[in-house]
Each structure stands twice: as C-alpha cells, then as structure tokens.
Ligand binder design. Sequence first.
Ligand code: DGL
Length: 277
Amino acid sequence: MSCPAELPIGVFDSGVGGISVLAEMLRVLPDERFIYFGDCANAPYGSKSTECVRSLALQAAQFLLDRGVKCLVVACNTATSAAITVLRATLHIPVVGMEPALKPAVEMCRPGAVLVLATPLTLREEKFWSLVNRLSAAAEIEPVSCPGLVELIESGLTEGDEVRQYLSGRLSPLAGRRLAAVVLGCTHYVFVRRELASILGGEVPIVDGNAGTVRHLRNVLRESGLLRVCNDAAGRAQSEAVHSFLDNRVTWYTSGDADSFAALASQLLRKAMGAGQ
Ligand code: DGL
C-alpha cells in the first residue's frame, strides 16, 4: 500500500464551479494530484432541498473514497452548507469545505453594504446565518439569491449579454446603494467575475473564498502528515514536467455527459489558471 501522503486529493462540486477552487489548489499545492468529480447530472444543487443535497454529497464523497483519496475538498458552498457536518461525522479522512468570504470582505472596513451572492439553499441554511450574526455588528450584510446563474455557467456561458443581463437584474434592486464589497458565495460565480466587475464599474472589490480555503487545506494536510512534497531532484523534475500539462495532475469524473463536461472543464480550468484567480 502506498504512503497516504502519496494519494490524490478528492474534490467535488455540483458541476464545474469547483474548478475555480481546483485552479488555486494546482497553484498552491504543486506536488499534489487530484480527482475531480462534477455532479453535473444533479446540478444545480442550490434549488434542491437540504436533505437531497446531503444525500448527493454523501454519494459524491463515497465515489471519491472508492477511488482512494487522502482527503476531501467540498468545492461547493451549497454542499458545504447542507452536508459538511454529516460528511465530517461519517468519513475517516479530513474534510475541507467552503464558506462565503464574508469575514475578509467585512475586514476591508469600506463604507456601504457587503453583498453576498449565493444560491437559494446556501442563503437558507443556518450555517450562513450564524456567519452573518457573527459579523453583522461590523457591517451591513445583504444576501442576494441568484437562482439560475449556475445553470447559465453550466451551459458554458460566463460572458456576454445573457450573463450581463442576469447580473444586472439581480443587482438592480440595490441601485443607488453604496457597496463596500461583493462576496462570491458560490464557486461557479468566480467564472462571471469579469462581467460583474464591468457592471460594478471596477470600484467595488469582488471577494471569493478560494485562496482562504486552499490555505486552510494546506494547513490541514501538513498537520495530518498528508502533505505531498517532492524533495528529490528526480521527483521535482517529474513534477515540474507534469505542471506544464496541468490537466495531467487531475483525473476527471462526471455524472453528466462526459464529452461536454471535458470540453467545458478544460476551457474553465485554463480560464481560471490564466486569470490568476
Ligand atoms: N458551486 C456550487 C456552490 O458553490 C453551486 C451550487 C449549485 O449547484 O447550485 O454553491
């Protein structure tokens, strides 16, 4: 049996959104390999019930466990809200989840409202409201539910009129309000950051939780002796060779259509790596 640190990291999302987190993991954890599962047949999670998403998350986790992963990254805010407690109680490996990056947004101390864009389910869950309660004394926090946005992104739309119109529609009730920051509380939304920035006019910081999550993941791996480090020159050279073909460090699976997933996943991974997100 191989040393546990040599095993890959399992990552899942309802679809392609978790690729924005994967891109950060590929950058920050250069010696790690990954198995990514996009549950596209069941996307979106955000319009389903908590119980349904909990059951889908357990199935996705089992799928990855069966492929021999050393830890699990729930690269989905919605699945984290609904299922992180049961996943941690059930699995015998470390489990890292997502949280809307409200704290870093509030700590910017800019005047105005902090908007949190997220799925309907994330915004209904207790986990979100306990975060809001912890921070609401320091800032005016405004949740903005975005039903339908995950579907647009899953269909391959991250730019253009339809995305712009959608985002403008969600933000129009807030016209005239001073905005301190906008938090992307869904891993899919990172892919529409450019359109959002053009609507907001470049003045308002747009914050996501990916860097914070991956920093936390690295600490968890280090503390549990699971961080993979190539010390030897041969290992490093091989690792660097692999880095130039980033997809080679990732094994991909989907519950949806394999061809359309592969096309969209590679397009979005390149976009996320190129954009430095
Ligand atoms: N990427 C998921 C998230 O972070 C999207 C959830 C969905 O499928 O609605 O919330």
